[in-house]
Design a protein around this ligand. Structure first.
Ligand code: SF4
Ligand code: SF4
Length: 307
């Protein structure tokens, strides 16, 4: 069985086979509060968490960003597709008699420690020719010895500290340092978004400003398929039509989808959403209170100005 061919077969463009090693520096950083709560699920010591595994296969799914940043970053659609591909990969490996399990490990840190790819000022992982436009998924494996791990490569520094990402960001980036507290993406998963970020939300799950402006990234953009635009119309979502959106973004994202749809109705001045937002206010108790108050008051103010 050719492991890398199997990865390509399920849709990944590239994959790297690394040893199952500890990453104490990363753990120390997390304990010091360097990462958002989204990093909490990552296993502290992979050798203890996966004692049976002698390798971690990290797979790369590149994507081309959309030309319109105001709907959804292509990253999230790619991430959902790549997640299913990773599950296909695990099933295929198990059929071959290889124990495999999704790796809950810090992929970027592991790759950089192995001398693969480069870290940019916006803290993202860069790998040519895709730049930072990639999704990563990893699988822990128990492989017959000896294992041929991927040798270090392409670890040349790429970022020239030009400051463009810094200038495009709301305040999370400062001369090569990153503060997750000020990055809108830290609040787009499970937790409610702090109110101060609501005016900045321009798309579902979104902010890729620092990546769009980076001169080292590929310039190619693709149009957003109409079916994606339709599925992610925020008014339709507040009306309760969210099935197609969840198919695109992942079925476990219902709460965050609705939260963001409410805020986007306000930010996009979708006054036709007012009756549905009021109805939601009555039905949903405190669940979306901050988002609903924000959007309704914005839309009502804008309605008054028009009159
Ligand atoms: S925009 Fe400039 S500073 Fe920021 S990551 Fe790209 S090259 Fe580095
Ligand atoms: S994702 Fe947006 S908020 Fe976060 S660092 Fe990049 S530009 Fe700043």
């Amino acid at each position: 069985m050719n492991l890398f061919a199997l990865c390509r077969q399920v849709g990944f463009s590239k994959s790297f086979l690394l040893p199952n090693t500890a990453y104490e520096d990363w753990t120390r950083h997390r304990n010091d509060g360097a990462f958002h709560a989204n990093a909490d699920y990552i296993r502290d010591d992979p050798q203890k968490a996966y004692p049976w595994a002698n390798a971690c296969l990290i797979c790369v799914w590149p994507y081309t960003p959309f030309d319109d940043p105001a709907v959804v970053p292509a990253y999230y659609l790619a991430s959902n597709r790549a997640y299913h591909a990773m599950n296909d990969l695990i099933r295929a490996l198990e059929k071959e008699g290889i124990r495999a399990e999704r790796a809950e490990t810090p992929y970027r840190t592991q790759l950089l420690a192995a001398g693969i790819g480069a870290r940019m000022d916006n803290q993202l992982w860069y790998y040519p020719p895709y730049g930072t436009f990639t999704v990563l998924w990893g699988v822990m494996l128990s492989l017959p010895e000896p294992v041929e791990y991927t040798p270090p490569h392409a670890n040349e520094p790429v970022c020239d500290h030009c400051g463009r990402c810094d200038a495009a960001c709301f305040g999370a980036l400062h001369q090569g340092t990153f503060d997750w507290h000020a990055c809108i993406r830290s609040y787009l998963e499970n937790q409610p978004m702090p109110e101060r970020f609501m005016p900045e939300l321009i798309s579902f799950s979104g902010c890729q400003r620092c990546q769009y402006v980076c001169p080292k990234n590929p310039k190619k953009r693709i149009p957003i398929p109409q079916q994606v635009r339709d599925a992610l119309d925020p008014v339709e979502i507040v009306k309760g039509n969210h099935k197609a959106a969840l198919e695109l973004l992942g079925r476990n994202r219902k709460k965050q989808l609705l939260r963001q749809a409410i805020v986007l109705c306000g930010n996009q001045n979708r006054t036709e959403a007012i009756p549905y937002l009021l109805e939601l206010s009555e039905k949903s108790g405190d669940s979306y209170k901050t988002e609903l108050n924000y959007a309704i008051s914005l839309l009502q103010k804008s309605g008054n100005m028009i009159e």
